[in-house]
Design a binder for this molecule. Sequence first.
Ligand code: 4FV
Length: 262
Amino acid sequence: MNFIVLTIFPKMFNPFWEHGIIRKAIEQEKISVSAIDIRDFATGKHRSTDDRPYGGGCGMVMKPEPLAAAIRAATQEAPFAKRILLTPQGRRFDQRVANELAALNGLILICGRYEGVDERICQDFIDDEMSIGDYILTGGELAAMIMMDALTRLIPGVLGDKDSAEKETFSDSILKHGQYTRPSSFEGHDVPEVLLSGNHKDIDQWRLETSLIRTFLKRPDLLENRALSQEEIKILKKWCIDIEKIIHNQSILGPGALPGGQ
Ligand code: 4FV
């Protein structure tokens, strides 16, 4: 995967590219990265990349000429790369989109600044608009880094053991189970027995149940629009029965018979 970022702050990317899994992926040539400074394509005494908005209003807008020239230069370097503008107006970036884009061989990531870019750039020089979330950043650079990070770890061979990307949160849009490492007891809190049992059938069952319950509690929306497996339906039904039993007991014993409650 070849990443080209277009930005007026190319140095922002160096620390990101010089650390951790991203650095290793670059060294292993699993990805290639480069930053193009949009200001290099600006003309005039001040080489400005922004100007006042037509029709008035606050803030500045990124000028079309330097951006268009920079995008053309990047496209010359990577003719088949998809040109993506990072903007709150874009489609939402998530794990499903990350899997989609990780299959491509090149991306040109255009990082806006100020109030945004001239609309004519969106019309004629952009293949897709992507948003990392419904909030306003000072620039698209951090959003570009987030996309590069999420995509790079999906590239085969980048993450240590191949299936670590498969069995993770959102891999099948369910939250990951709790994870533990040594020591088995920490400040009075012990690791769940089943994880020390070596019985992988029970461990997988425990992991599935804890994934389901925390998804149900923290992100029920993920369960609502997701096809449940037979195993998952069986677990959810067992919970319903357990909950029914509790409610039933309440009705038998009547209010006040049990501690707690109102
Ligand atoms: C953004 C987002 C974002 C908007 C104006 C840059 C800023 C400034 N990009 N997801 N949310 N961009 O807020 O991707 O130009």
